[in-house]
Design a protein around this ligand. Structure first.
Ligand SMILES: [Ca+2]
Ligand SMILES: [Ca+2]
Ligand SMILES: [Ca+2]
Ligand SMILES: [Ca+2]
Length: 529
């Protein structure tokens, strides 16, 4: 009896060992097949995000005559564009935006709603809180503001997720108020200048949400040539064309933190003409002013005021190697400067193209002049530029009565599949894989036969999930690898392998069952004997 009991125990241990042996591959097979979510995050393997200039695309309606675009990017990466349409009964302002989450453009909408006279010269800017401010000048007698030109304003409120109705912000004015330019500071106030004989200034308090009183900023004689920038300290810098001497010159003024206009500076009127100024400020307080001056081919003229209040640099020319106009200079949070303008082409003196240069804060040197619409046959002009917190660049310009849009933006991660190779045959055991990825990425996943479920992976090498592999029918199997980056761009690569049938007659569950039955019979037989 004692011997029988010992045999029974030995057989039980033996049976359990067989079971556990068979269960090992099943138990240790990865079970982590999940739906992918946008919050999945894996470390980047290469630091540099690959970016490129994308082909320009038309964003205006092709049956209209469009002009004067203004562009801004909000803190979510959405791109907002306003422009003037000159082909209706009166000029109007139109608007559309690019949704950075869905990666699609909205439809185009009329922005100057209820403005029955000409609506022109829009300017748009997003603040750091997700609000967007847009201004333009309008001849409409809106809410009794008169038939003179006034500055109209609309605001996207990020809390209510809606555009405000039109507010006339020069309602007390009886003379023509034109050419508004708007900028924001880092605490959410908006600052605006416009031309009304002289250059005027007023600001919008981001806390009370009210426009403050007008301030006279600079003498100007009614020219449209004004520029505005707000620095890190909230000081306002303005350049304005003024006809006060033998010929028009460029006047600079600064509104200091005590809200006084100071530091008048007249750029010497050594040039036969001066127009179209632009201003940008760096984090260190340097102020960069650029404008077009009559000095032969050196049309882009440039000066820097070091540390905001000290001396100005000498005149600088040749920032761009050919005749160049329509400059717009902006800065980003890191202190890099971005210059857009139009540059003479080789083939035709009337066909200008659009260029971009960047003054990198880390190296204090300008990048190469990049022509972003090389090969365009029509004259390209009136560009505007915006940059987001990731230093992606967005440009709009006019060409052949259309608004064109172009961006310097990340490209998707580029995946190469090293193994398995195309056409490889694979048996019942799931194959291993090895991929390489060019460019930074956030997460990687693969998909078999366009299944609804993706399998997330964290390594560039590994083995295809055995459970997923087992569910596939024999024959050709497509294996797609995907990787996305922080900009939401998805790259992919595909390979096709052949799944061969399993060894005929071999069924793991049948085998377990058979072993089970045989073991029980054996145990019982030995126990009985
Ligand atoms: Ca209108
Ligand atoms: Ca007015
Ligand atoms: Ca008025
Ligand atoms: Ca062109």
């Amino acid at each position: 009896m004692k011997c029988k009991l010992k045999n029974f125990r030995l057989n039980l241990i033996f049976t359990l060992l067989i079971f556990s042996e068979l269960l090992v591959p099943i138990l240790f097979c990865p079970l982590s097949t999940r739906e992918i979510t946008i919050n999945e995050y894996f470390p980047h393997t290469s630091a540099a995000e690959n970016k490129k200039w994308y082909e320009p695309m038309i964003i205006s309606n092709e049956t209209t005559q469009s002009n004067n675009p203004s562009i801004t990017v909000d803190k979510f990466g959405n791109i907002h564009v306003v422009w003037e349409v000159n082909s209706g009964p009166t000029d109007d302002i139109y608007y559309r935006y690019w949704n950075s989450t869905l990666k699609v453009w909205s439809s185009t909408v009329k922005f100057s709603i209820g403005c029955t006279e000409d609506s022109q010269e829009p300017s748009i800017v997003a603040d750091h809180y997700g609000n967007i401010h847009a201004v333009w000048h309008d001849y409409t007698n809106y809410s009794g503001c008169g038939f003179d030109t006034d500055i109209f304003y609309r605001r996207w409120d990020n809390l209510t997720r809606s555009w405000s109705s039109i507010e006339v912000i020069t309602s007390s004015s009886n003379s023509n108020s034109r050419y508004p330019k708007i900028a924001i500071d880092k605490i959410g106030n908006a600052h605006m200048i416009w031309t009304e004989g002289d250059t005027y200034y007023k600001w919008w308090n981001g806390f009370t949400k009210l426009w403050q009183n007008n301030e006279t900023c600079a003498s100007n004689n009614g020219y449209p040539d004004t520029a505005l920038a707000v620095d890190e300290q909230g000081c306002v810098h303005v350049a304005s064309k003024y006809d006060g001497g033998p010929r028009p010159y460029m006047l600079y003024r600064r509104r200091n933190r005590s809200e006084n206009w100071v530091d008048d500076f007249n750029f010497d009127d050594i040039f036969s003409y001066n127009y179209n100024p632009t201003i940008a400020t760096e984090k260190n307080g340097n102020v960069h002013v650029m404008w077009t001056a009559g000095f032969g081919w050196m049309s882009g003229t440039y000066r820097i005021r070091y540390n905001a209040t000290s001396t100005w640099s000498d005149y600088m020319f040749g920032i761009v190697p050919k005749r160049n106009y329509d400059h717009v200079l902006i800065s980003d949070l890191l202190g890099n400067l971005y210059l857009v303008g139009r540059i003479e082409t080789i083939q035709n003196s009337l066909d200008f193209n659009i260029f971009v240069r960047v003054l990198e804060a880390s190296t204090s040197t300008w990048t190469e002049t990049k022509v972003i619409n090389e090969g365009s046959f029509f004259n390209s002009y009136c560009p505007d530029i915006a940059v987001d917190n990731s230093s992606n660049i967005y440009v709009v310009y006019v060409e052949d009565n259309e608004i064109y849009y172009c961006k310097y933006y990340p490209v998707p991660p580029e995946i190469s599949i090293i193994s398995p190779i195309d056409g490889q045959t694979v048996g019942a055991t799931a194959p291993g894989y090895e991929i390489s990825i060019d460019g930074s990425y956030d997460s990687i996943w693969y998909n078999l036969n366009n299944n609804t479920t993706n399998t997330i992976i964290s390594s560039l090498t590994g083995t295809i999930n055995q459970r997923v592999w087992d569910l596939l029918a024999d024959g050709s199997v497509t294996l797609d690898f995907y990787a996305n980056n922080s900009a939401g761009m998805v790259g992919s690569a595909q390979v096709m392998v052949i799944k061969e049938p399993a060894i005929p007659g071999y069924d793991v569950y049948l085998l377990i069952g058979a072993i089970c039955v045989i073991s029980v019979v054996l145990i019982r037989k030995r126990f009985k004997s």
